[in-house]
Structures are given as C-alpha cells and as structure tokens.
Design a protein around this ligand. Sequence first.
Ligand SMILES: Cc1cc2nc3c(=O)[nH]c(=O)nc-3n(C[C@H](O)[C@H](O)[C@H](O)COP(=O)(O)OP(=O)(O)OC[C@H]3O[C@@H](n4cnc5c(N)ncnc54)[C@H](O)[C@@H]3O)c2cc1C
Length: 421
Amino acid sequence: MHGRAAHERSMSIEKRKSVAIIGAGASGLMAAWHAASGGARVTLFEKQRMPGRKVRATGNGRCNITNRNIDVSFYHGRNPQFVRNIFGRFGLDDTVSFFRRIGIPLVELEAGRLYPASLQASTVTQIFEYELEKLKVDIRLQRKIERIDPLDGALRLTTAGLEEEDFDAVILAAGGCAYPQLGASRSGYDLAAALGHTVHEPFPAILPVNITLKALHRLEGIKRDCSVSVMRSGRLADRSTGELLFTKYGISGPAALGISRTVNESIGAGEIPEIAIDFFPDTDADELDTLLAELWSEGGRPVSLSLCGLLRDRLCDTLLRIADVDPIAPVRGLSTDQRKVIAGVFKDLRLHPGAARSFNEAVVAAGGIDVGEVHAATLESKRVPNLHITGELLDIDGDSGGYNLQFAWSTGALAGTAASS
Ligand SMILES: Cc1cc2nc3c(=O)[nH]c(=O)nc-3n(C[C@H](O)[C@H](O)[C@H](O)COP(=O)(O)OP(=O)(O)OC[C@H]3O[C@@H](n4cnc5c(N)ncnc54)[C@H](O)[C@@H]3O)c2cc1C
C-alpha cells in the first residue's frame, strides 16, 4: 500500500512550515540552519551577490566569533538586560558546541576572544553554505526584499523585482547600517518601521573619534598606551584603557574605539561631552609630580630635553605647546603654575569631540528596533505575528571582542528554532 504511505508522506511535507529569512549574514545563516534542522522549508533571501559578505570581513578576516567573557556588561542599548534572556537560552557554550558540531573548532586568543582555529573568516561562510545546501535551504542571491505584508497569519514578501511569495514565518535578519562598503543599509529598519515597529535612530559605534583641538592633530601616527575617559555633565560616563593612535583628525586605536559609543550617543542627545586623556595611566598624580620634580632638578636644561626620557619628542613638544610652554625654554624659567599645567596635560588632557565620524568606519550600528517589541524566547514580533527580528537590527550593540557576533548567532538560533516549530 504505497498509496497510504505516499499520502502520509505528502501530508507531512505539506505540514512543514515555510520560513523565509531576509539576509544571509551572521544571524540569517544561523537562523536558516536552525529552521531547516527543525524541519521547516527554508528560503534565504540575500540582496548581495554572496552570503555573509560582512562575516568574511570580521575580526580582520579572522572572524572573532565570540568571547569567553560574555556578560551583559559588554552590551548597550535602552535595555541591555534583554541579552540575559537571550544568552540564558542560547549562550556561549551552545555557540562553541554548535561551531564544533559543524566542523569549526574555536581557539582563544587575546582577552578571551574566540576565533575559528583556521583563523580564517571565510571558513565560517564556506561551512555554512555547505551545511545549508545539505539541509536543502533555497538560497536566493541578489534578491532584495522591499515589502513585508501580513495576510491572515502568513506574510507576503515582495522583492525589488516585484516577485511575490507567501510564507508561514519570516525572520528579518537584515543587519544594521554600519559599513555600507560591505553592502549594509537601512533596509531592515525601513521594513520593520513600515510594520509599525519603533526604530531608535541608529548611530555609529566602535570607530575613531574626531577631536576639535588642531594642535593634537600634529601627533598623527603616534601610538601610546593611554587611558581615555568620557565626562558627561562633569561625571565619568565611560573609560577605556589601551593603545591610542593619534590621527590627522583625532584619535583611533582600541582605546578610542572603546569610548566612541558613549561619545556619539552624547552628541546625538545634543550634549558635547568632554574627553580626558591620561598619558600615564600606570602612574598616579603624586608619583608623576615626584618624577617631574626629579627631572626638573637641573634648571639649565631646555624643558623638552628634561622630559625626553619620559615621552618621545614629538609627543612631548606637542603637549608642551598645548600647555602653552616653550619647549626650548630652560627648566629654571618654569613658574609653579606652568609646572602644574604640564602635569595636568600629561595626566588629564581635556578635549572636545568634533562631529561623529560616519558609518563607513563603524564596526556596529547602535540603536535600532526596540527590544520591548519582540519576545526574547523566540525573537517574534509583538506587533506582527510570525515575524521574527534578529541581530544588529535590534537596539542592542556590544563592545569590540566578539560580542556583536555572539548576539547575532544567539538571536538567529532562537528565531530559527521558533519559526520552524
Ligand atoms: C569590518 C567589521 C568587522 C567586524 N568584526 C567583528 C568581529 O570580529 N566580531 C564581532 O563580534 N563582530 C564584528 N563585527 C560586527 C558584526 O559583523 C555584526 O554585528 C554582525 O554581522 C551582525 O549580524 P546580522 O546578522 O545582524 O547582520 P549582517 O551580518 O550585516 O547581515 C545582514 C545581511 O542582510 C542582507 N540584507 C539587508 N537588507 C536586505 C534585504 N532587504 N533583502 C535581502 N537581504 C538584505 C545584507 O546584505 C547582509 O548580508 C564587525 C563588523 C564590521 C563592519
């Protein structure tokens, strides 16, 4: 009785849910794998010519997949606690096991950062492509979704080429608008906003910072380990310690990238914060005073020469000029006030940021879709049934170090699993 078996088989095929995923980036690839593994018929739409274009560029081509120290304190947005509910359901261990299962063992490098052992980001997209093909996911490249229309529980997608197709569930995994050179755009925010979602205006994070003080631009090319603080209304709002790279417009390097989110958030709120650089983060103010007194014990030396054992010459001369001190004047001519000003510039140089630099340099877009409008367990929209929203599109952004990809993997896995059931 092949007829009955065939009928049951065709019934079970019919009962399989159809799931569409918009965007073959980190969260979309993860969602596709989980939805297809959960038994759904999955179609993955990607507007670019290849899947995972941004993933291939992550971690300087090595893909910093996640971080051993995952914790809510590395996340930002209006409600960072939201990530607790996500990682409680699909967290670090699930991610490490998942990648191992698909053939990507991870290795730990500096500061808990985990990478594929191959140290090659393209490994990740290559293996996802193989896995999704095996799971019979229909990957449609160069298909930009322009509209999502709810109809009687199902959702209709319309592509830029005006093709229409209906699905039982849709996962919006279109990413944020950081790094448009890799194809990122505002498309995901626009699709969500058209369905009534609240989109908090995205702003660039993890990028260099413009500094208005022109004298500082003379330091272009110099690197130094510093501590950089952000003061908002006189209060410490953020601090980052590490290598600072001076540029022709301001500051870059890990220490600057680390405070850029707080700086840009303040600027967006109409408040220009103060930035304070400590060039001697490992020496407290009293120790520095003692050291300077020692260096200044010989009154005949030019000031710059007295300090050249402490700071490289271009940095020293520039900081002296900022302190309004002539570098070639003899030490004995320094007044007590000038000595204090020099020590202050070394320990606590106050600066103002210029306008935020563009999304072209930003690793991540902060802001995005309000997380109060999605269920944490499933990422399903509270506004539009059967629509799930993942990854950077949501109003959550992480620090540098694998935190953004971890959020993308976790939300993708939860949404894919939920959409297929
Ligand atoms: C240079 C760089 C390096 C980075 N390195 C790291 C790192 O090492 N570790 C880390 O944790 N994070 C890193 N990040 C951040 C991380 O890559 C992102 O946060 C993450 O990729 C976001 O995943 P996502 O799925 O939300 O979006 P994405 O990975 O950006 O994917 C979204 C996809 O959706 C497609 N799309 C958009 N709109 C549509 C549409 N309408 N129709 C069809 N397709 C559409 C896009 O083309 C894209 O492929 C880096 C970012 C950059 C720019």
